[in-house]
Design a protein around this ligand. Structure first.
Ligand code: FDP
Length: 339
């Protein structure tokens, strides 16, 4: 057959990109490629559900069973089930960790196991659902440490610096999936007409200048002296950097990644559960820290690099300062000096 050239195309689907990304790893077996694509598929399913959020709520309020007599589930549980169903049976995972489950979810003996661990928050920002504000799914992928069989706790409690891949899907005016497998950060927008994520934001880098500072000032009286002084410092440079805060971590991080600046959710003394802030290390702070560093930024808990924290429990919380490296290091300086 005579040689021929493929027509050139400016369209890159997420599947093409993931495959090409993995080709630079000669040891790759295709399992990570498949897993990232499973997550993308779950994202499409969740996007479909979130655009019907108002309707789900209306059905939910009519008596908690639908016309078939089935219980109507809240969106975050639907999202959790989409992630579980679409990723757990494909033989690529040894275990999962979800914000919705207190313990790890080892792959049941009836299904094949693989070499990866998937940690996720199925629907971050869910307190914003009722107000039609952007929400999202966050995911982190580790390679298992145990040799075989269902995954164990030690497979899940790994520091963020060992992540193989991480990303998020933001459900907003459009649905976007942003991920990194260690070769930069790339963003894809869901084209609803063809039902596929298409490359829209290649090689995202946190801008060195400009952007916004993003924090909930409602907690100001409960912050440490260092965090208060850092915030005053940012406010004082008001003409250079102004403030934006959504209250949905995925949306606030997405804006910070693209526009620059800093997002922070510090520890506060309002109640005992916020002594280490609110955000979870394994499936919120660590994957975002991985993305931030891949994009030239930085993430800290105020004293140390998020990616170096050795987790001790599945749902542990951490203060988070993330975004432009210089600004995050400035926050560390204030905290070192004033506590
Ligand atoms: P939510 O509880 O709505 O899911 O970590 C979850 C999170 O939202 C983040 O998305 C958000 O940044 C933060 O909590 C908001 O916290 P407050 O409850 O302190 O407002």
């Amino acid at each position: 057959m005579p040689a021929y050239d493929l027509p050139s195309s400016r369209i890159t689907t997420i599947e093409q990109h993931i495959i090409e990304d993995q080709q630079s790893h000669p040891e790759a077996t295709g399992a990570l490629t498949g897993l990232l694509y499973d997550v993308a598929l779950a994202g499409k399913v969740i996007a479909n559900q979130t655009t019907r959020a108002g309707l789900v709520d209306i059905l939910g309020r009519t008596g908690e069973t639908n016309v078939q007599g089935e219980a109507v589930m809240k969106l975050d549980l639907l999202a959790d089930q989409a992630m579980l169903t679409l990723t757990a049976r494909t033989g690529r995972l040894a275990a999962l960790v979800s914000e919705e489950h207190p313990d790890i979810l080892p792959i049941p003996a009836a299904y094949p196991t693989g070499k990866y661990i998937l940690l996720y928050d199925p629907l971050d920002g869910s307190s914003n659902i009722d107000f039609n504000v952007s929400i999202g799914t966050i995911f982190a992928i580790h390679q298992r440490k145990s040799a075989e069989g269902p995954g164990a706790l030690e497979d899940c409690l790994q520091p963020g610096r060992d992540l193989v891949a991480a990303g998020y899907i933001v459900y907003s005016a459009s649905t976007m999936m942003v991920y990194s497998s260690g070769h930069g950060v790339h963003g894809f927008t869901l084209d609803p007409n063809i039902g596929e994520f298409l490359m829209s934001h290649p090689n995202i880098c946190v801008p060195a200048k400009g952007g916004y500072y993003s924090v909930d000032h409602g907690y100001e009286n409960y912050w440490s002296e260092g965090v208060r002084r850092f915030t005053d410092y940012l406010g004082a440079s008001g003409s250079v950097i102004s403030q934006r805060y959504v209250g949905s971590l995925v949306a606030d991080f997405h804006r910070t990644l693209l526009s620059g600046g800093i997002f922070y959710y510090p520890a506060n003394s309002k109640d005992a559960t916020r002594a280490q802030g609110k955000l979870r290390l394994l499936y919120e702070a660590a994957p975002f820290a991985f993305l931030a560093e891949q994009a030239g930024g930085y993430a800290s808990d105020g004293r140390q690099r998020i990616l170096d924290i050795q987790p001790t429990s599945l749902h542990q919380r951490t203060p988070l300062f993330i975004g432009n490296r210089v600004l995050v290091q400035k926050a560390e300086e204030f905290i070192r000096e004033y506590g």
